[in-house]
Write a protein that binds this ligand. Structure first.
Ligand SMILES: Nc1ncnc2c1ncn2[C@@H]1O[C@H](COP(=O)(O)OP(=O)(O)OP(=O)(O)O)[C@@H](O)[C@H]1O
Ligand SMILES: O=C(O)C1=C[C@@H](O)[C@@H](O)[C@H](O)C1
Ligand SMILES: [Mg+2]
Length: 197
């Protein structure tokens, strides 16, 4: 997206952006739900900067997520994730796609509630399995039974993701369709909540 396109997109969504104020739009949900893919598209459509917390963590640590898990373990990764997300949220508005486990952290949830509008991309097990099978970069799924792991994560995490401001049920639809639904849902949420930063 060049600067001219970004400016045109901002004009098209002026009302949403005015109501959003300095808050960011934050995507949460399980691995494979489409947080990165849809977040990037929504950022482009709204003319806002896009940040993915997993990519940011890899940038600051100069290690891949699997390397970080292997070298320091999951608790260290989670601590770094919390710090990185808090820093990203200090300034807005932007689009932030979080890693699948980020929203499970209570302090991260509080930071997101204070500085953002959260969007849970909810997907069923079959769709998640199909999406995560394409890439082997998720340490939690390096397991003989990745479907079982995802199923357990659904039970554990869905009640927490449900605390997000907005839920969008993703299904086997194109990224463009899901992105439009997300923008519509955010517009509706901002109109009815009326809160401006
Ligand atoms: N609506 C869609 N239609 C087709 N493919 C999609 C759609 N949404 C996501 N994908 C694809 O599914 C895969 C997983 O999506 P993505 O990486 O965005 O998930 P994620 O929620 O960011 O996962 P993680 O928590 O592991 O980062 C990617 O290959 C992405 O291009
Ligand atoms: O769901 C999770 O806990 C994770 C999801 C990915 O985005 C990465 O943040 C990492 O692989 C952990
Ligand atoms: Mg992602």
């Amino acid at each position: 997206m060049n600067a001219q396109q970004a400016s045109a997109n901002r004009t098209n969504h002026a009302d949403l952006l005015q109501k959003l104020g300095q808050r960011s739009i934050v995507f949460v949900g399980l691995m494979g739900a489409g947080k990165t893919a849809i977040g990037r598209k929504v950022a482009s459509a709204l003319g806002l900067p896009f940040i993915d917390s997993d990519h940011e963590i890899e940038g600051v640590s100069r290690m891949s997520i699997p390397e970080l898990f292997a070298a320091y373990g999951e608790p260290e990764f989670r601590a770094l994730e919390q710090r990185v997300i808090a820093r990203i949220l200090e300034t807005g508005p932007k689009i932030l796609s979080t890693g699948g486990g980020a929203y499970m952290n209570e302090e991260t949830r509080a930071a997101i509630a204070a500085h953002g509008v959260s969007v849970w991309l909810k997907a069923d097990l079959d769709l998640l399995m199909e999406r995560v099978s394409k890439k082997q970069n998720r340490p939690l799924l390096r397991d003989p039974d990745p479907r079982g792991v995802l199923s357990r994560l659904i039970d554990e995490r869905y009640p927490v993701y449900a605390q997000a401001d907005i839920t969008v049920a993703t299904r086997d639809e194109t990224k463009e369709v899901i992105s439009s639904e997300v923008i519509e849902a955010i517009t509706h949420h901002l109109k009815s909540s009326g809160k401006v930063d």
